[in-house]
Design a protein. Structure first.
Length: 550
């Protein structure tokens, strides 16, 4: 027996050679979307065995990281260099969770331990902190240590923390004599340090709601709360660069007043909400994510052309908005936004890079042998055939509907016991039929290694809408993430626009390099309509008895 991740790598000699460092560039084609986290996870495990970190570039990185983590089961750890939802033309808030995730990802890249960072070219378009500033952007507080509270306060300003009367949120600090409160951006609670002379005497967590101390802690590590460092010297240099390259005279009077106020605060080196707007003047080199990636790291690049197109659209939109604001006297002409140019998003500086596509790729592209699974709804023999594969292969059914699965198997003559397992990349491949209590979007198979994964999508026609990172969600929206069809293949349905048809089943159809789920409807004379799952509410079961369909 051998684990899933090892068999995945061993089944592809070209991939194995790429991981070993024998080749710099390799392209893989025809890899179905449901197999992406399995293959990426197997590569991460193999690289972790070599003490190497992996950078994964993929559309929708938050979603992909959520799919990848269960397969890796915690090793190596996964961080997301996230896409920031705030426009380049807007002032970011004082604390942004996506920025916190980006800083965590950068810390992973410089760690001595192997890890996985998931991002996208769209996320890379936004300037980040430089490797040097990141290394300098930390502070450790501990009893028995200095420096004095005024020095710590100045350092916190440089790290992007704002001074307030009371500390109530991340990224804030306050100083009252020899007592300093600070809420580290990566912490769950603020800390209170009390000095005797130049040495910290006590260090305690406190409750920001009632400001009462809770418990003593041995130390508190404080890192920069922003993707930049501040301070009087940096701020003054940034304002000098801006005034040398731009004229503010064309701005409207009310806008000019706001700009002068912000530039005064920036020149003093102060942190304020939206200071990141001036990042390109604080650091004209405009550091990017790739500046932090170790030379020996492996780059796994899903659908690079699609990612570049997304990044290009984002940059062009920002440039158009900037031009419009300049035309309205709201922005100085030529103002440098904190954007990393397209030409730098593909500069991997000789790092090993694996390019993967769901569709056809170049003539030299490798096919890893993974295939998507066809829907099994209403196909009794197909369900029985899937179970029969367990005589010679590992067949796993990923579902959180245990009773419904048992009923489905019984209906199709499958009487075998289906033990539950923990599904991850350490799964030992052996002939067996197993069940995993986990929600996976869609199934996939690699016949050459004897692995078949079926999910609710194939078995029950259950449709799952992936959550979108950064979008607020209500309880009602959570309840509509999943669907169970109330009609079966070959039953009559009604489309609100096109009338009565016969439902033929679910189909996975590739579109723009990704697989999407559709309902297939058949009309008279063989006409067919494919309805995206997003429009499921437009299709209902026909309740008027058997009737001809148009």
């Amino acid at each position: 027996m051998s684990s899933l991740w090892k068999r995945t790598i061993a089944a592809a000699p070209e991939l194995e050679r790429w991981i070993s460092g024998s080749s710099i560039d390799l392209e893989i084609g025809r890899l179905p979307r449901p197999a992406w986290p399995i293959v990426a996870g197997a590569i991460a495990r193999a690289c972790a065995a070599q003490r190497r970190t992996v950078l994964i570039l993929v559309p929708s990185p938050e979603r992909f990281a959520g799919e990848l983590r269960p397969w890796l089961a915690g090793y190596p750890p996964v961080r997301v260099f996230a896409e920031v939802g705030i426009s380049f033309l807007d002032r970011p808030p004082a604390f942004d969770e996506s920025v916190n995730k980006r800083l965590e990802a950068l810390s992973t890249l410089i760690s001595d331990e192997p890890g996985v960072v998931v991002s996208s070219r769209r996320a890379m378009t936004r300037q980040t902190i430089s490797p040097r500033d990141l290394a300098e952007g930390s502070l450790l507080l501990a009893p028995g240590r200095g420096p004095d509270p005024l020095t710590v306060a100045r350092r916190l300003v440089e790290l992007g923390y704002s001074r307030e009367a009371l500390v109530e949120d991340r990224g804030q600090f306050s100083l009252r004599g020899g007592i300093l409160d600070v809420f580290p951006t990566a912490a769950d609670a603020p800390v209170r340090a009390e000095w005797v002379g130049d040495v910290i005497e006590t260090l305690r967590l406190f409750d920001p709601e009632n400001q009462r101390s809770v418990m003593a802690v041995p130390e508190a590590s404080i890192r920069t709360g922003r993707e930049l460092l501040l301070g009087p010297d940096r701020g003054a240099a940034a304002v000098a660069r801006l005034r040398k390259s731009l004229s503010l005279l064309a701005l409207r009077a009310d806008v000019l007043s706001d700009w002068e106020d912000e530039l005064t605060r920036l020149e003093a080196g102060s942190a304020f909400p939206g200071v990141e707007y001036y990042a390109a003047y604080l650091d004209p080199s405009r550091p990017s994510l790739l500046d932090h990636v170790p030379a020996e790291a492996a780059v796994v690049d899903f659908e690079p052309e699609r990612q570049l197109a997304d990044a290009r659209s984002l940059i062009e939109e920002a440039q158009m908005l900037a031009a419009a604001e300049a035309g309205g006297a709201e922005l100085p002409g030529g103002f440098a936004l904190p954007i990393v140019g397209l030409d730098r998003l593909d500069d991997f500086a000789g790092r090993p890079r694996l390019r993967l596509k769901a569709g056809e790729a170049g003539a030299d592209a490798v096919d890893l042998g993974w295939v998507g699974l066809e829907p099994l709804v209403g196909r009794p023999q197909a369900v029985a055939d899937l179970a029969a594969m367990a005589d010679s292969a590992t067949v796993v059914i990923a579902t959180e509907q245990d009773e419904r699965l048992r009923a489905l198997l019984d209906e199709n003559g499958v009487k075998a016991d289906v033990p539950a397992i923990e599904l991850d990349l350490d799964l030992e491949l052996e002939p067996a039929l197993r069940r995993a209590d986990i929600d996976i979007t869609a199934g996939a198979a690699q016949p050459a290694i004897g692995f078949h994964l079926a999910t609710d999508a194939e078995l029950f026609g259950r449709l799952r809408r992936p959550s979108r990172a950064g979008r607020s969600r209500t309880r009602a929206q959570d309840l509509t993430k999943e669907f169970t069809l109330d009609f079966s293949p070959d039953e009559l349905v009604v489309h609100v626009d096109h009338g009565i048809a016969r439902f033929k089943g679910m189909r996975l159809i590739e579109s723009e390099g990704a697989h999407r789920e559709y309902l297939e409807l058949e009309y008279a004379e063989g006409d067919r309509l494919f309805v995206p799952v997003e429009n499921l509410d437009r299709v209902q079961k026909y309740l008027g008895g058997e009737a001809g369909h148009r």
